[in-house]
Design a protein around this ligand. Structure first.
Ligand code: GMT
Length: 385
């Protein structure tokens, strides 16, 4: 199998797209490919030294005539520089704006010798492609990519309908590393948050309006009126102070713990009895997969790609976004029926292992790279048990 030299660009410090890009880079490096991250800072999940992984920092030129430093131009130039110096086979960029546009510029600078793959993750299409000031540029960048992937069928549909894209888009679901995401033993820390008879509900996000964290609080308010429960909020973001007010107003302060950003998400998620994900938009919902792999069912909305991930009635319960009444009833049902909860937990573990396993998704990406490069190699995509 030909080993590749791959440049990866992503948002290194926030969001699921950065996590997926970084984890993919690590897995590809383990499989012998040479990975070059080209980002403005060190991807936060990269951490320690990894064999076959290199990091190239994009520096922004803030010359005084610029009202806005042109990060995108510096990124495009850096992509081309790294591609030339390291003899890259291809660039794989995550999130269309501005990364796919920069990759196109870098390719032009390289005289077309460089192939590009773009992975669409969500709001790069569902929000930004609705913006007339960006739409045509995003369409161009997608057309100029040698390969385009998206993280759910729903996102593929949205991309086609919003941008009239007719060229092929590969479906590559997000994945979790099964060596990291499994039900952890949390008996020694559970008592820091809840009494033995209390259930733990959890929400993890970047606390943006699209996540509807207000609904999380309303659901918890309803649930905690009926059963002893605690809510753990993980992450940070713009809605946080508003949420704090809502919690105080509802008199829930002594039942809600704010954990802030967490390094070891797998351990934290293992504390939960259910994950709440009532998002208005969600092209995939990586956190729900992380929970699933730890045996934690999701109560959430059926927005976007969530139903492709969470099987309603098997690994969670889904309702239309905003329907907090139905979501809280579903949570109560699951949390008060230990047999049902155990069945859901088993189904979660099986589905995460089987359908979203790192080995199989990494092989799918490798095959896309070989196809784009015109290399006559195919990797067998393993069926994970
Ligand atoms: O689009 C965003 O809101 C940001 C993006 C990110 O960088 O985390 O999230 C999207 O990509 C994730 C990884 O593929 C998906 O799990 C999220 O569902 C998706 N977010 C939305 O669609 C809102």
């Amino acid at each position: 199998m030909k080993k590749l030299k791959i440049g990866i660009t992503c948002y290194p410090s926030l969001g699921g797209s950065g996590v997926v890009a970084t984890e993919l880079g690590k897995l590809l490096a383990e499989r012998g490919h040479e990975i070059h991250f080209i980002t403005h800072s060190m991807p936060f999940r990269l951490g320690k030294y990894h064999k076959n992984i290199f990091y190239h920092e994009v520096e922004v030129n803030d010359y005084y005539v610029f009202k806005f430093p042109p990060y995108d131009l510096n990124l495009a130039n850096k992509m081309a520089q790294v591609a030339k110096m390291q003899n890259l086979d291809l660039l794989h960029v995550h999130y269309a704006v501005p990364h796919a546009v920069c990759a196109y510029l870098a390719k032009e600078m390289m005289g077309n010798g460089l192939k590009t793959v773009t992975t669409l993750h969500g709001t790069d299409i569902t929000v930004l492609a609705q913006d007339e000031s960006l739409k045509d540029l995003i369409r161009l960048a997608i057309h100029k990519s040698d390969g385009v992937t998206a993280v759910s069928n729903d996102l593929i549909r949205e991309t086609r309908s919003l941008l009239d894209i007719l060229t092929p888009i590969d479906l590559t679901y997000n994945f979790v590393d099964k060596r990291v995401y499994y039900p952890r033993d949390v008996t020694n820390i559970r008592s820091d948050f809840a009494l033995p008879n209390e259930k733990i509900l959890m929400h993890i996000s970047n606390f943006r309006p699209v996540k509807r964290v207000g609904d999380v609080i309303d659901i918890f308010d309803r649930v905690s009126k009926r059963i002893p429960a605690k809510l753990l909020l993980v992450g940070e973001g713009p809605e946080l102070s508003k949420i704090q007010c809502q919690i105080n107003k509802l008199g829930l302060a002594d039942r809600v713990h704010f954990l802030g950003k967490q390094e070891d998400v797998a351990q934290v998620i293992s504390l939960a009895d259910v994950l709440l994900l009532p998002s208005e938009k969600e092209s995939f919902g990586l956190v729900s997969l992380e929970a699933m792999a730890c045996g934690v069912p999701t109560i959430g909305s059926n927005a976007g790609g969530i139903p492709e991930l969470v099987t309603h009635g098997e690994t969670g319960f889904l309702s239309p976004f905003g329907d907090v009444e139905s979501m809280s009833e579903n949570a109560i049902r699951l949390l008060t029926d230990p047999v049902l909860h155990a069945t859901f937990k088993e189904a979660c573990l099986k589905r995460a292992r089987h359908e979203f396993c790192n080995d199989s998704i990494t092989a799918q990406y490798e095959n896309i790279y070989y196809r784009v490069l015109g290399v006559d190699t195919r990797v067998e995509v393993p069926v994970c048990e």
